[in-house]
Ligand binder design. Sequence first.
Ligand code: 523
Length: 135
Amino acid sequence: MTDGVERTVVVAGAVCHEGRLLAARRTAPAALAGRWELPGGKVEPGESPEHALTRELREELGIETEPLERLPGEWQLNGRLVLRAWEVRLLKGEAQPLQDHDAVRWLTSEQAFDVDWLEQDIPFVRDVVARLRSY
Ligand code: 523
């Protein structure tokens, strides 16, 4: 999806299940490898962000999910890419690092900051972790 002047949206999913948040460790590019993220990816032309998120989570982790609501804020990754995040519910499947990741973890709110998150994901993680206890 392009947004305004040729901005591509990158969607990230804060997948929550039984009081835990899913984190995935990136394998590429080299500068980001080993860092943890809310999994997701680029929205394709003509695709809705929610559809892109569902697709990326299926392709990368083998899980069926449902986006619930967008988390506040966005992060300009560069002149062309903007990062937005959604709270997501797990419907089916067991998350496995099939593509783009080499590890996944389900973090409790106490463990949420034990992993080395990409800086730009941290505000979204903070926001969603504040709500985890209510699941
Ligand atoms: N981020 C990011 N946080 C985050 C995601 C999913 C992505 O900062 N939670 C950044 C990392 C990359 C850019 O967004 O700089 C694109 O994400 P990527 O590589 O996961 O998107 P893909 O998989 O759609 O990209 P291609 O492999 O190029 O298609």
